[in-house]
Design a protein around this ligand. Structure first.
Ligand SMILES: Cc1cc2nc3c(=O)[nH]c(=O)nc-3n(C[C@H](O)[C@H](O)[C@H](O)COP(=O)(O)OP(=O)(O)OC[C@H]3O[C@@H](n4cnc5c(N)ncnc54)[C@H](O)[C@@H]3O)c2cc1C
Length: 468
């Protein structure tokens, strides 16, 4: 019996597989695609918090080495500016890089750490009892202690466990093209709506640009043929120019749903990534949110399989479900605002309407949410104010960085002078003696804070990391 079987080798499944294999668990990934067929490059934005998660796994540099533009900000509706350079992170930008590069880096790591990936395995059913899970595929059955459905928006796992996926279709007939531009815009990325249409235009950092267009006067079904001229027309309505777009390498039409399962856990089966939530691509949140789901779940599964309190697994849903809900809200707000703005005929009125939104606190909150750096699992104030909040990547007393110390799925017990101990399990945990010790979880959030009582620290680690 395998420890964990993961269904789906998309970004969510691959990050999870690498983490679990690195923790020494038997990890099997079942993927219906063939090994030589990669996923299409849907996502193209990697946000700061995802870069931090990759850094905590030692692979941020690998992704940066793939190339990709680092954009210091984002302009919404020609008015709202998000200056990511102000974020307190090593990665204060949007990295424009295709999803297949992210998957390539995560796949290499998962295989290096010893995860087994079986391609051409289509999952058809899942059953569970008190001791384990049986996953049925068109190639046979697999038994595991736990299963994770990371099999995307049409998740077979979700259907097999009878988990509903309530929500609605938000926008139909969104057009996408990856093209070259003879006369590129000054701003990248730019989102704007006008004259019955809205558009998003962003550079990949090489010769290609991604253009999304929606035109209220050109509404078709997903499967209908699509011409570059339709996207040109939407762009002209919004920006007054089609930027001389030519040489498309991918054109597609899709619709955007907003859905979320009511619970990310059903017994021994978990749902993560698009299998658990989906929303509009505005804000570039989908893949990033799925990767953060995986980073939240992996250390908890590893800890429980090492003997930590099984109730820890419930915190995957209690921490990640609200984040998924907030992402549905924020990406939906951008799309609805864009559709709303598209009804306006003159640029001057657009500016008048959105000026109301041009307020610093909103920009700041939006920046934290979109980059992921502002997401937390704790309280805003009170005694536990630190717990659940993201730990900054501080320099430690020995000259290393916190996110280096977290590598390998470690907990870090830290004092305010930057002295630390890193741990996989609760052993002789001894906090430093300045009265302000913290325990940082493997996913870079504060797990425990309050004094320097080694007994309390040890008790936290026993329930959250497992025993030595
Ligand atoms: C046009 C577009 C643009 C986007 N842009 C962005 C962006 O800029 N930033 C961003 O963060 N997100 C973006 N997204 C969303 C992003 O692409 C998804 O959120 C992301 O791919 C989800 O990853 P995942 O691993 O959860 O699922 P997927 O990537 O869908 O992977 C699921 C895997 O499961 C496999 N699978 C499915 N069914 C089975 C089965 N029965 N048995 C075995 N295997 C199975 C599939 O073959 C696939 O490999 C965009 C989406 C679209 C459509």
């Amino acid at each position: 019996m395998t420890d964990v079987v993961i269904i789906g080798a998309g970004p969510t499944g691959l990050l999870l597989a690498g983490d679990l294999a690195e923790a020494g668990l038997d990890t099997l990934v079942l993927e219906r695609r063939s090994a030589e067929i990669s996923n299409l490059s849907r996502a193209f934005v990697v946000h700061a918090r995802t870069m931090e998660a990759l850094d905590a796994r030692g692979i941020a540099e690998d992704l940066l080495a793939c190339g990709g533009a680092k954009l210091p900000g984002m302009r919404l509706f020609n008015r709202i500016s998000l200056h990511l350079a102000e974020l307190e992170t090593r990665f204060p930008y949007l990295l424009m890089t295709p999803q297949y590069d992210v998957e390539k880096v995560l796949l290499r790591r998962a295989l290096d750490k010893g995860a087994e990936i079986r391609y051409d395995h289509k999952v058809t059913g899942v059953e569970q009892d008190e001791v384990g899970v049986t996953v049925h595929t068109d190639q046979g059955e697999y038994a595991a202690a736990y299963a994770v459905g990371a099999d995307g928006v049409g998740s077979a796992v979700r259907k097999a466990i009878g988990m509903p996926y309530p929500g609605e279709s938000v926008l139909k007939s969104i057009m996408l093209a990856d093209v070259k531009l003879a006369e590129p815009p000054a701003d990248s990325p730019a989102i704007h709506g006008l004259n019955g249409a809205f558009c998003f235009v962003a550079s990949f950092g090489d010769e290609y640009w991604r253009v999304f267009g929606w035109n209220s006067g050109d509404q078709k079904a997903d499967g209908d043929p699509i011409e570059l001229d339709e996207i040109r027309e939407a762009t002209r309505r919004v920006f007054g120019t089609d930027f001389g777009m030519h040489s498309p390498r991918w054109i597609s039409r899709f619709h955007s749903d907003e859905r979320q399962v009511p619970n990310y856990r059903d017994g021994r089966v978990f749902l993560a990534g698009d299998a658990a939530h989906c929303h509009s691509p505005a804000g570039g949140q989908g893949m990033n949110t799925g990767l953060q789901d995986a980073a939240n779940l992996s250390w908890k599964l590893a800890a429980v399989l090492r003997g930590a309190d099984p109730a820890l697994l419930d915190t995957y849903n209690s921490e990640r479900h609200p984040v998924g809900k907030a992402v549905l809200r924020s990406s939906g707000a951008i799309v609805r605002l864009a559709a709303e703005r598209s009804k306006i005929k003159a640029a001057a009125s657009v500016l008048a309407v959105v000026t109301a939104l041009h307020i610093k606190p909103i920009e700041h909150k939006a920046m934290g949410m979109i980059s992921g750096v502002g997401i937390h699992y704790g309280h805003e104030s009170g005694e536990d104010a630190l717990v659940g909040h993201r730990a900054n990547d501080i320099q430690l007393a020995d000259g290393s960085r916190l996110y280096e110390a977290l590598r390998g799925g470690r907990f870090v017990v830290l004092d305010s002078d930057g002295r630390y101990e890193d741990k996989f399990v609760a052993d002789a945990a001894s906090a430093a003696s300045d009265g302000e010790a913290k325990v940082i979880r493997p996913d870079g959030y504060v797990g425990w804070a309050g004094g320097d009582d080694p007994t309390a620290i040890r008790a936290y680690l026993e329930t959250h990391a497992g025993k030595a």
